[in-house]
Design a protein around this ligand. Structure first.
Ligand code: ZN
Length: 174
């Protein structure tokens, strides 16, 4: 029985796919859809250690049609719209969203919208969680990005270990 959040999430993903496909057909918008590069795979392998199917990820590094209305990179399902971002930490952040999508299904989209609307989105320190799964989806992704970028102090070692152990577990198959 699909949840309401799952149904809404699926509809959001379908609508976004339609809009990006439709707008990418405009001649001045360049859709640079590609697989991960070898360097990007090495970066993600160090974080996910087999817990994420890297072959399933598509990267759009250039313009993303209507999604350019948002200023941050965006991940929909297994497609990462980098929107010009080149930092490995940002790629790690977005790849965590792919992992969450595989873990939660389309409900992830609604969870992300709720997280982005919170008072302090991305502020995992303020959340005070001791388990990585207790963070909301944006705080989870930001924590792993900060961990990758060396911005997590030893005081958060247990949370880091928990995050890496969780990410290395392959999500359940739907
Ligand atoms: Zn995010």
């Amino acid at each position: 029985m699909p949840t309401v959040a799952g149904v809404v999430g699926t509809a959001v993903i379908a609508a976004a796919r339609f809009l990006t496909t439709a707008s990418a057909r405009l001649p001045r918008l360049h859709d640079s859809r590609r697989e991960l590069t070898a360097t990007e795979r090495t970066t993600l392998d160090a974080v996910f250690r087999g817990g994420l199917d890297l072959d399933a990820i598509t990267v759009v590094s250039g313009r993303a049609g209507v999604l350019d209305l948002s200023r941050r990179p965006v991940t929909l399902g297994t497609t990462i719209y980098l929107r010009g971002a080149t930092s490995p930490g940002v790629l790690v952040h977005e790849a965590v969203h792919v992992w969450q999508y595989r873990d939660r299904g389309a409900r992830y989209v609604v969870d992300a919208l709720v997280a982005q609307a919170s008072a302090a989105p991305y502020d995992w320190r303020a959340a005070g969680a001791t388990r990585w799964r207790d963070l909301d989806v944006e705080c989870q992704a930001q924590f792993v990005q900060d961990l990758h970028d060396g911005r997590v102090s030893p005081a958060h070692r247990a949370l880091a270990d928990d995050a890496l152990a969780t990410l290395a577990l392959p999500p359940p198959r739907p």
